[in-house]
Design a binder for this molecule. Structure first.
Ligand code: SAH
Length: 413
C-alpha cells in the first residue's frame, strides 16, 4: 500500500481524531510497486505515518487541499469487516434513540464524518437507501458499502446510487455515477418520476430521488417541522422555500388556518401539491405558488400599505447562500435581506422560523445577520428557540466542520 509521511509536528490533529490530512502537511509519498504514475490514484487507500514513523491511520487519497480522509485511526489497513461494522454502528445510533418506527421510516443512516465515514451520505426511505459519494474513494467502494447496508439494516431492500453532482468535478471515475446498486424489490418508476412514498412522523412524502434535489428529500428538518406543528394552530402560515412541502404538511396537521407554500421551482410545487393531496385530500387551506422569494415577499409588502400582511407564522429555509468561504459576505447580505422582508411583513405577535444551511456561515454570523435585519426594520424581536440539525445528522466532536444547519425561532411584536 502507498504510504504518506507527514512533516514533523503535523500529526497532532490526527491524534485528536480529526479525519483530514491537508496536502501542506505531507512531507513525502512512497508509492507501492503497482503504480505507473508518479502520484497515488485518486480514491486509493493510503496509510499515513508521522515523521517519526508512527502509524496514524488509513484513508482515501484525494486530489485537492484535503489529501487524505481517514477511515480508521491507528492502523495501516482497514480491519476485516470494516464496512459492516461502521454501517452497523450508524444504524445502532438511529435505532437506540427510537428514530425508526412504523410511523417514521425516513432517516439519514450515514452522515459523513459524523458517522466516521468521510465522504459518504446514505438516506433511507422506507425499503430503499439512496447513497451519495462525495469522494472518489467512496465511489470505488460503492458496491461493498451497498452490500453492508443490505446486511445491516433490516428495512432496506434496495440501494440506489446518486453521485452525479457530488463527486469532485474533475475526478476520473470508472463506472456509473448513478443507478441501482442492489434491487431485491422491483420499484415502480414512471415517466413522471418515482411513485414512491416514505413516511416521516406519520406524514407521507413522495420521494423522487431520480429528479429531486439531494437524495430526494430534506431529512434534516424533521425535528424543526415538528416544532412548526406545535405552533401552527389557528395561524396563517407562509412556508417560503418549501421544496416538497415538509413544513407545510406539519403546519396543516397542527391546525393552521391557511398555509401558503412558495418555491421558485415548478417541479417542487408539483410535488408539494401531490403531497398535500395525499395527506389532506381536498383541503381548502393550502395554496402553492411557483415564485421567487424576494418577488413574492416584495409584492405582498407593496400590496399592503400597512406593511403588515396576512401571515402569523413564516418559515424561511433558503438554499445554502454560501457554498464556499469566499461567498460568505454576500451570503450574509442575502440572509439579512430576506429576513428583513419577513420581519417587515409578519403580523404583530407573529413567529418567524429562519434557517441557514450554509456550512461556511457559522451560528454567530447567522444570528448577527438576523439581528441586522431586525434592527433595520425596527420591530421588537425576541429569540424563542435556537435550532440545529437533528440526531441522524450527528456532529463528530473532533470534526466541528460537520455542523451546518442552524435556525432561530423569533417572536415579532
Ligand atoms: N424547506 C425545504 C427545503 C428547502 S431547500 C424542506 O423542508 O424540504 C431550498 C429550496 O429553495 C429549493 O427547493 C429551491 O428550489 C428553492 N429556491 C431557491 N432559490 C429560490 C428563490 N429565489 N425563491 C424561491 N425559492 C427558491
Amino acid at each position: 500500500m502507498t504510504s504518506v509521511i507527514l512533516k514533523p509536528h503535523k500529526e497532532d490533529s490526527l491524534k485528536r481524531f480529526h479525519p483530514w490530512v491537508f496536502s501542506g502537511a505531507i512531507a513525502r509519498v512512497v508509492l507501492d510497486a503497482s503504480h505507473k504514475a508518479a502520484a497515488p490514484e485518486e480514491g486509493e487507500l493510503v496509510a499515513v505515518y508521522s515523521a517519526a514513523n508512527e502509524v496514524l491511520g488509513v484513508g482515501h487519497w484525494q486530489v485537492g487541499s484535503i489529501a487524505v480522509r481517514i477511515l480508521a485511526f491507528g492502523v495501516a489497513e482497514l480491519p476485516a469487516g470494516f464496512w459492516n461494522e461502521r454501517i452497523r454502528a450508524a444504524y445502532r445510533v438511529r435505532e437506540s434513540i427510537g428514530l425508526i418506527s412504523h410511523t417514521n421510516d425516513t432517516f439519514r443512516l450515514v452522515h459523513g464524518e459524523g458517522d466516521f465515514l468521510p465522504g459518504l451520505i446514505v438516506d433511507v426511505y422506507a425499503d430503499t437507501a439512496v447513497m451519495q459519494a462525495h469522494s472518489v474513494g467512496m465511489h470505488v467502494c460503492r458496491q461493498i458499502i451497498a452490500e453492508a447496508i443490505i446486511a445491516e439494516v433490516p428495512q432496506v431492500q434496495n440501494v440506489y446510487y446518486k453521485s452525479d453532482d457530488t463527486l469532485p468535478f474533475k475526478a476520473p471515475v470508472e463506472g456509473d455515477k448513478t443507478g441501482w446498486l442492489i434491487t431485491n424489490h422491483q420499484l415502480p418508476i414512471t415517466n413522471s418520476g418515482n411513485d414512491f412514498w416514505s413516511t416521516e412522523n406519520g406524514l407521507q412524502f413522495r420521494i423522487d430521488w431520480l429528479r429531486g434535489q439531494k437524495t430526494g428529500f430534506f431529512i434534516d428538518q424533521r425535528e424543526n417541522r415538528a416544532l412548526v406543528e406545535r405552533y401552527a394552530n389557528g395561524k396563517d402560515v407562509l412556508n417560503m422555500f418549501c421544496y416538497t412541502g415538509g413544513f407545510s404538511l406539519y403546519a396543516l396537521r397542527g391546525g393552521a388556518k391557511t398555509v401558503d407554500s412558495v418555491d421558485v421551482s415548478q417541479k417542487a410545487i408539483d410535488l408539494v401539491n401531490i403531497n398535500v393531496a395525499r395527506n389532506f385530500p381536498n383541503d381548502p387551506r393550502h395554496h402553492a405558488y411557483a415564485a421567487d422569494a424576494f418577488d413574492f415577499l416584495s409584492e405582498k409588502i407593496t400590496n399592503h400599505k400597512s406593511q403588515i400582511t396576512n401571515y402569523d407564522l413564516i418559515i424561511l429555509d433558503p438554499p445554502a447562500f454560501a457554498k464556499h468561504r469566499d461567498a460568505v459576505k454576500n451570503a450574509l447580505r442575502g440572509y439579512q435581506r430576506i429576513n428583513a422582508k419577513a420581519i417587515e411583513m409578519i403580523r404583530p405577535g407573529g413567529i418567524l422560523f429562519t434557517f441557514s444551511c450554509s456550512q461556511a456561515v457559522d451560528k454567530e454570523a447567522f444570528r448577527l445577520a438576523v439581528f441586522s435585519a431586525a434592527a433595520q426594520v425596527g420591530r421588537k424581536v425576541r429569540i424563542l428557540h435556537q435550532l440545529h440539525q437533528p440526531q441522524d445528522h450527528p456532529i463528530n466532536i473532533y470534526h466541528p466542520e460537520g455542523e451546518y444547519l442552524k435556525g432561530l425561532v423569533l417572536y415579532v411584536e
